[in-house]
Design a protein around this ligand. Sequence first.
Ligand SMILES: C[S@@+](CC[C@H](N)C(=O)[O-])C[C@H]1O[C@@H](n2cnc3c(N)ncnc32)[C@H](O)[C@@H]1O
Length: 233
Amino acid sequence: MNNEGYTIAQNNENITEVFDNIYKIGTKLVTKNFVKGHKVYGEELITYKDIEYRMWNPYRSKLAAAILNNLKEVKIQPGSKVLYLGAANGTTPSHVSDIISRTGRVYCVEISKRSMRDLVEVCELRNNMLPILSDAMEVDNYSKIIPDESCDVIYQDASARDQAGILIKNTRFLKKGGYAYFIIKSQSIDVGKNPKDVFKSELEKLKDLYEVKEKIDLNPFDKLHMFAVLQKK
Ligand SMILES: C[S@@+](CC[C@H](N)C(=O)[O-])C[C@H]1O[C@@H](n2cnc3c(N)ncnc32)[C@H](O)[C@@H]1O
């Protein structure tokens, strides 16, 4: 992904809180660093009035891109329990960790052993993150760690072929009325199909379980994914 030019011009610009624990410095998004001095993906750290913030790059994180593209509400809040599917090296999960802070928890499911090695290092420093090496389809691997209906939010960014299927399997962990951020990568499902048709058919598969609240186009930060906000019925 391209992140050229995504640096802060002036460190003395005004800071405003746009959602709980999510801020803007000028036009750039930042989160308050949960572990002082800790960088996860080479992001810039900025100290303002004795508080350290981490730059949140929308070219590297689809949640940041969705927020900058006018996501109405961020359901990940201080104290939230989040099930994160497809945690990779921990880029976006680390910002989730900043937001949920001391009383929250993010369960980070990842299938790749290579990514898991980096993720474990991030989780060792951030005690509100729990790494889980597993296929997100194999929910019995972690059903003893995560009680049913205990999570406020599911963040599904596992780039597998059956993305709706993964969310359906994991819905048991979500509270009734809880939210799912469902990130659809059409190319992982069917490269030959029009992405719009793929997005539509994935959402169709979820209609008995979820109500679609928002659909966010991630342009110009990301052109391959669609970001949907769903609420469990
Ligand atoms: C686009 S990356 C995730 C990026 C990450 N969410 C972020 O924003 O920092 C997709 C990840 O999904 C993982 N993945 C693919 N299929 C999976 C599955 N069935 N179960 C768990 N993880 C899976 C891949 O290994 C990859 O790390």
